[in-house]
Design a protein around this ligand. Structure first.
Ligand SMILES: [Zn+2]
Length: 314
């Protein structure tokens, strides 16, 4: 066996890691490399030629060394400056680009995400800074794309409450129900083998529930739910298969809601482990982040990080 190369550590074949922190730092060693990346992806694929809006044609751009190190390239025809960060979440930020990229690296590095507190420790920044970066990345880069296609095929739908389950003091069914109704409700819709959508809904009954199902489900989809009464009116609009949980039946051939229930289980364990408590105000954006990660689960870490980076550079 050849001696191990300490500069090229090897992974086990079974390893799911494809983008170690060393590889990330090699790709983006400093601020200049991050800026260069944005410049090339957004304006100048070859690093030199870009469209000048003032000359209204392609020109050669140069980066002049100035005392204040402007983050811009200059048109050699007319002197117009192009800032590669303009219109991105990084623009006018007092935090360095490398820290932003590193935060995005960390936020794509685990299945359950990372908390702002953890980000603060890893990046060595103030908690407020970490929290701001965390929110920007989550809210602006990890949301559901507006034009994404509705969920199709076999779609399991279920709802769950966020923030504790009924305790012993909620003796009767109706007391337990009242307890649940006071908690935010999450509606989960998942394509078998595909994508998930999660929505915080105002009530697990009537319009608030139907509206979200209609907004996210393809009219030809097969809706699979338990026998909760609020799904009944939707039968007129969608194919509907029901599993009768009230009667203690959980699987009947192809009819079950195990995918979405398993998803909810992982979601709750993951969110509690990473974020401890999530207030109602932030719940939807945490769910979007969780769904984003789930929907990209077949990608490797490197591809996930670059997807986020492309979104930032759009
Ligand atoms: Zn010009």
């Amino acid at each position: 066996m050849p001696p191990a190369n300490r500069h090229q550590p090897r992974r086990a074949k079974s390893s799911t890691s494809d983008y170690s922190v060393t590889e990330f730092l090699r790709e983006f060693p400093d601020d200049a490399a991050c800026l260069e990346h944005l410049w090339r992806t957004r304006y100048a694929p070859d690093g030199e030629h870009a469209h000048c809006p003032r000359c209204d044609c392609e020109r050669v751009f140069k980066r002049y060394a100035t005392a204040q190190q402007r983050q811009s390239w200059t048109c050699t025809g007319c002197g117009h400056h192009v800032h590669p960060t303009a219109g991105t979440i990084f623009h006018r930020s007092s935090t360095s680009l490398r820290l932003w990229f590193h935060a995005m690296y960390l936020m794509t590095s685990t299945r359950c995400g990372i908390s702002a507190k953890q980000l603060e420790r890893e990046l060595g920044v103030h908690y407020k800074t970490a929290w701001r970066m965390f929110n920007k990345i989550r809210n602006e880069l990890m949301g559901e794309p507006e034009l994404s296609l509705p969920l199709a095929g076999e779609v399991e739908i279920d709802e769950t409450s966020w923030g504790g389950r009924p305790r012993r003091k909620h003796k009767t069914r109706s007391e337990a129900m009242q307890f649940r109704e006071r908690k935010p409700t999450i509606l989960g819709m998942v394509e078998r083998g595909g994508r998930v959508r999660l929505r915080v809904i105002a009530s697990r009954r009537g319009e608030p529930l139907s509206r979200e199902v209609r907004a996210h489900l393809d009219p030809a989809a097969l809706m699979l739910t338990d026998d909760w009464i609020a799904y009944k009116p939707l039968r007129r609009e969608f194919n509907h298969a029901v599993i009768n949980h009230s009667a203690g039946v959980y699987v009947e051939g192809n009819v079950h809601t195990n995918t979405i229930e398993g998803f909810f289980g992982n979601l709750k364990t993951g969110m509690r482990g990473t974020y401890k408590q999530v207030s109602k105000k932030w719940l939807q954006s945490y769910l979007d982040e969780y769904a984003w990660r789930y929907n990209q689960r077949f990608r490797g870490h490197r591809s996930m990080f670059h997807l986020l980076l492309d979104e930032a550079a759009r």
